[in-house]
Design a protein around this ligand. Sequence first.
Ligand SMILES: C[S@@+](CC[C@H](N)C(=O)[O-])C[C@H]1O[C@@H](n2cnc3c(N)ncnc32)[C@H](O)[C@@H]1O
Length: 322
Amino acid sequence: MLIHAVTTDLTWQFAADVRAGLTRAGQKELPSKYLYDDVGSALFEVISRLPEYGLTRADERLLRRHADDIVDRLAGPVAVVELGSGNGRKTRWLLEALCRRQQTSYYPVEISPSALAQCERELRDIDSISIVGFEREYLDGLLEVAAQRAANQRLFVLFLGSTIGNFDRPAGVKFLADIRRILEPGDFLLLGTDLEKPGAQLVRAYDDELGVTAAFNLNLLARVNRELCANFDLDQFAHEARINHAERRIELHLRSKRTQTVRVRTAETTIELREGETIWTESCHKYAAGEIVEMAADSGFRCEAQWIDEEWPFAENLLIVE
Ligand SMILES: C[S@@+](CC[C@H](N)C(=O)[O-])C[C@H]1O[C@@H](n2cnc3c(N)ncnc32)[C@H](O)[C@@H]1O
């Protein structure tokens, strides 16, 4: 696979984001995109196989069952762009269906180099596929692919795994509108969204018995230690999956077990944490099926079709640019 890798030094951006998030007044935060270094991506892959985390299996069941129907709805020759592909495993169902009809270019866009490499290993054996990976932020990668598209080619953008849920609701609609602005009439977006379910089931999904999600969350502090010369003592933080009913989301936090001071040398900052204070690391919003149709309309798409998994409520939504 050809990979367009990032050549600029991202450490300074990471340091600036950490400084901003940990020194802000009120709730301390770290951006969830930093959860995915090599270790984080490997841990996420394990999470997606845990019995408590039915989300990835539901997403995959829908893609496996409906790949032909989804692909039949795509007019003309299409190139596939996947935002935040991860290991790409479940994308195989769509790519195989598409490659039965046409030679297919697949462009995974990922900030995690190890996930991108894994994605290529996972999918390169498909007949009639060419894979070009972009180690980029979502919209930067999409812009680059869109700039290279052939005259009669449609783009089929994938945003799976309910990764949209990491944005709060207004930011999610804005993100869809940003994607829409890069696309052209006749292009498609397949959006995977996790639907609302009982709170206890959600807490189990994000606070599993084996502690893999806890390790995934704590790895963010370990990454700050490794890459920004910080001295977080991981034993002094606890993983917490918290339901926010008003916002209809699960929040991941890291709770400080005692009052402590942490130095982040590369970010030139020292932070004080009180006992019980938390650092908010990720949100996973949950949706009603009808809400996705409205989000699509509010961002300039039309929802062409929706497939819902009953076993673990999850919706695959095919949105079209008119
Ligand atoms: C929740 S995982 C989902 C992975 C896969 N799509 C799935 O459904 O299993 C989110 C993925 O998006 C990537 N990611 C997170 N923020 C990103 C960003 N701003 N730009 C590009 N990729 C990003 C992560 O590295 C990770 O692989």
